[in-house]
Design a protein around this ligand. Structure first.
Ligand code: RB5
Length: 146
């Protein structure tokens, strides 16, 4: 599974920890899109870069991190066919895959501890979409108009 990963400065420490976790998994090929270090950057830029690459087929799924996970998930969900799920626990991570077919996992670098994040990450990577009745609901999301 090819995973695209990006954060802003508020998420860069947790992003570094995620790089280490995913290095332990033989089934993950990781593409780190930045940011590097803790210089102040704008989270919409990193959300947009990752989502464009994901939609272009450059990865199978994406992971985004900002301070709370809120801003970067709002930005990512502006893109059609991106279903970005901000998760704080393993139950949410499992549901985001089984019911929502979330193709982007979002974490908060200032809200979620490293060990909790590792559990969320593994659950999210290892859980498949249930399909069935959930497929039609996802299709309805794409048809929502202003
Ligand atoms: C950056 O200071 C912070 O606003 C950002 O990481 C994120 O929490 C926004 O939602």
């Amino acid at each position: 599974m090819r995973i695209l990963l990006a954060s802003d400065h508020g998420g860069s420490d947790l992003k570094s920890a995620l790089v280490a976790f995913m290095g332990e998994r033989d089934d993950v090929e990781l593409v780190d899109l930045g940011c590097d270090g803790t210089c102040s950057v704008d989270y919409p830029d990193f959300a947009a870069q990752l989502c464009r690459k994901l939609l272009a087929g450059e990865g199978d799924r994406g992971i985004l991190v900002c301070g709370t996970g809120i801003g970067i998930s709002i930005a990512a969900n502006r893109f059609s066919n991106i279903r970005a799920a901000l998760c704080h626990d393993e139950f949410g991570a499992r549901m985001s895959r089984q019911h929502n077919d979330a193709n982007v996992l979002v974490l908060g670098g200032r809200t979620t501890g490293i060990e909790v994040a590792q559990g969320i990450l593994n659950m999210w990577l290892d859980t498949e979409f249930d399909g069935g009745r959930h497929q039609g609901r996802i299709e309805k999301i794409e048809k929502i108009a202003d």
